[in-house]
Design a protein around this ligand. Structure first.
Ligand SMILES: O=C(O)CCC(=O)C(=O)O
Length: 349
């Protein structure tokens, strides 16, 4: 169906495009590729409108059904702010679901590989930080170099910055953490908060993207995550699978910068970030990173050629109270994810 729509709607699709990029995309087009272009340039709502326009113009009944779904979905969501990846997924998936079509059938499968140019940039930046040739002003320790570089940055955030972030987060509304495969609390039981505006948000996006050699607009809005005793995130990878429609929009997550906003509370143990595939003779069960306030770890999620790396699998181990009688209500681990994409991220306020 996508091919038929492309053939029927060339003028409409061209509206608002620069002629050259439009021609390039029509010459080698899939619906997904064109939607990416719009999303990059004009943001997510423009993407939804273009999808609607493409589908509404068709004489095909199936396409008109999808157009209706797009309109309903867009209308119900226009009033609310896009908050992050889960909303992008929902907006795209809902409009397909409402038309009774799996989104893969409408948009095709998004590519999971990242561009070589950005994958190489990430690896080069992390390797240079590790060997000190980046000339960075902050300490960086290489924790692992194979099968991928994992860096430990002990002073990545200043005390005042953490205070500012935690103050803003304190009164915000935290949601159960999103999952790529929706909603299994046995897999991820933490709470999350995406903050997409404000001066510190832009500052941190820029700092994280620069760390891996890319421009600020490649960083997603920061996702805070907090764990009370017993909460965890089982082994998972940060890169997106074929069912993740946000890959159409911003491409693969090429790198992760995970920042710890708290130490492990004195009354607790656990709460480490565990990389089960980073084994050595001393650490046959994998590598455990103990959270330290203000420190960050950084790693690529794809190989130097852009292939998603299964070896980057990691888990947030549960925070555990040492002695029941010491349990404090306020005991929490709080961290902040900065994911860097292969393309500019449009869902930023
Ligand atoms: O909190 C941690 O230690 C890891 C967090 C994580 O892996 C995630 O949120 O994707």
């Amino acid at each position: 169906m996508a091919e038929m729509l492309q053939a029927e709607q060339p003028e409409r699709q061209c509206q608002g495009f620069h002629a050259t990029s439009c021609e390039a995309h029509l010459a080698n087009s899939t619906l997904g590729a064109r939607l990416c272009l719009v999303a990059e340039r004009d943001g997510l709502w423009a993407l939804l409108q273009v999808a609607q326009a493409i589908m509404a113009g068709s004489s095909d009944q199936e396409a008109r059904n999808i157009a209706d779904a797009v309109a309903r979905s867009a209308a119900s969501r226009l009033g609310s702010q896009m908050q992050g990846e889960a909303d992008v997924w929902n907006a795209l998936a809902c409009m397909c679901a409402a038309a009774g079509r799996p989104h893969e059938e409408v948009f095709g499968q998004p590519p999971m590989t990242a561009s070589q140019i950005h994958s190489q940039a990430v690896w080069q930046a992390l390797n240079q930080l590790a060997d000190g040739s980046a000339g960075q002003s902050f300490p960086a320790v290489s924790v692992a170099s194979s099968p991928f570089p994992l860096l430990w940055l002990p002073q990545w955030l200043a005390e005042e910055e953490i205070t500012e972030i935690l103050l803003e987060a304190k009164d915000a509304f935290w949601n159960p953490s999103p999952l790529a495969t929706h909603g299994d609390a046995a897999v991820r039981s933490s709470e999350s908060l995406v903050l997409s505006s404000g001066p510190w948000v832009q500052r941190l996006r820029g700092r994280a993207a620069a760390l891996v050699g890319l421009a600020p607009q490649y960083a997603e809005p920061p996702q805070l995550v907090r764990y009370s005793p017993g909460q965890l995130y089982k082994p998972h990878v940060d890169w997106g699978h074929g069912g993740d429609a946000s890959l159409f929009i911003a491409g693969q997550r090429v790198a992760t910068v995970l920042v710890y906003l708290t130490d492990i509370p004195q009354s607790c143990v656990g709460g480490c970030t565990h990389f089960p595939h980073l084994t050595s003779r001393k650490q046959q069960e994998g590598l455990r990173i103990v959270p330290v306030k203000g420190a960050a770890c950084a790693w690529p999620n794809v190989s130097v050629n852009g292939m998603p790396l299964m070896e980057t699998e990691h888990a947030a181990e549960p925070l555990q109270v040492k002695r029941a009688e010491d349990a404090e209500d306020a005991a929490q681990k709080i961290a902040l994810n900065l994911w860097i994409r292969d393309r500019p991220v449009p869902w930023v306020a």
